[in-house]
Design a protein around this ligand. Structure first.
Ligand code: C5P
Length: 232
């Protein structure tokens, strides 16, 4: 097998409060997007990356990534799921029966975790995703207010996981699952949620906590620390 990775990179990164989309912020002089793509393409089983980019993206064309022939560019969409679907449609499922999807904002993913995701999924003939077991005590708030709320209840954390990426699914099943969820107007925030809606199995593969998604300004400092640590 060789694999294609769809990388949704069409978000604006509003929560980052930066003056460019967060995937173009730099760490050690290199954009987050370039860190992520280089890491993925350094995996021996990964052949190509399909990048879903925003329509008004002015940064990609000027970057070194634009010169590479192992990167295919497609248009992103309104939501992450639309960007992923556009990427998936560029794949020939006959040639690539399985597909990985990975957030542009996760440059610290480890190759050994990608190895385990691929080998476990193929061995079990099931799609799956990298995930970390929840460590904190979890509370459900009474109101949907991000600044202050009262506690409704404590949520049993034994079975709770954080969903990360990459996520690996059979190409045809994933396209069908996403299209059918979109037709039913079900909110899809990751590939696994579409697969679950379709009644298919999804494996949770325990992964490193270093695989953070850069969302807030603080995460940039943490990602720099992790990337430097991984180099040494
Ligand atoms: O905003 P968030 O960090 O959850 O986005 C996860 C990933 O999805 C990011 O890599 C972002 O660029 C991508 N995305 C996208 N198209 C959108 C929204 C987000 O490709 N419309």
């Amino acid at each position: 097998h060789s694999f294609i990775v769809v990388v949704p990179a069409a978000g604006v990164g509003k929560r980052m409060k930066a003056n460019c989309p967060k995937q173009y912020l730099t760490i050690n002089g290199k954009s987050i997007l370039a860190h992520t793509v280089d890491r993925l393409l350094s995996h021996p089983l990964i052949e190509k990356v399909i990048l879903s980019l925003g329509e008004d993206d002015q940064y990609f064309a000027e970057s070194e990534l634009a010169q590479r022939d192992d990167i295919i560019r497609v248009d992103g969409g309104k939501e992450r799921v639309d960007s992923v679907l556009n990427g998936l449609r560029a794949i020939n499922a006959g040639e690539h029966p399985w597909v990985l999807v990975h957030d542009a904002a996760r440059p610290c993913v480890q190759l050994s975790d990608i190895d385990r995701l691929i080998s476990q999924c193929i061995e079990n003939d099931s799609g799956g995703l990298l995930a970390t077991p929840v460590r904190d005590t979890m509370k459900r708030g009474k109101k949907d207010n991000k600044n202050i709320s009262t506690v409704d209840s404590t949520v049993e954390r034994e079975q709770l996981w954080h969903a990360l990426t990459p996520q690996l699914y059979k190409t045809e099943q994933l396209v069908n699952a996403i299209e059918s969820a979109l037709a039913k107007k079900i909110a899809i925030t990751d590939e696994s949620s579409a697969i679950e809606q379709a009644g298919l199995m999804s494996l949770l593969i325990s992964a490193s906590h270093e695989n953070i998604k850069i969302t807030h300004p603080d995460d940039l400092v943490l990602a720099e620390f992790i990337l430097n640590k991984q180099k040494s």
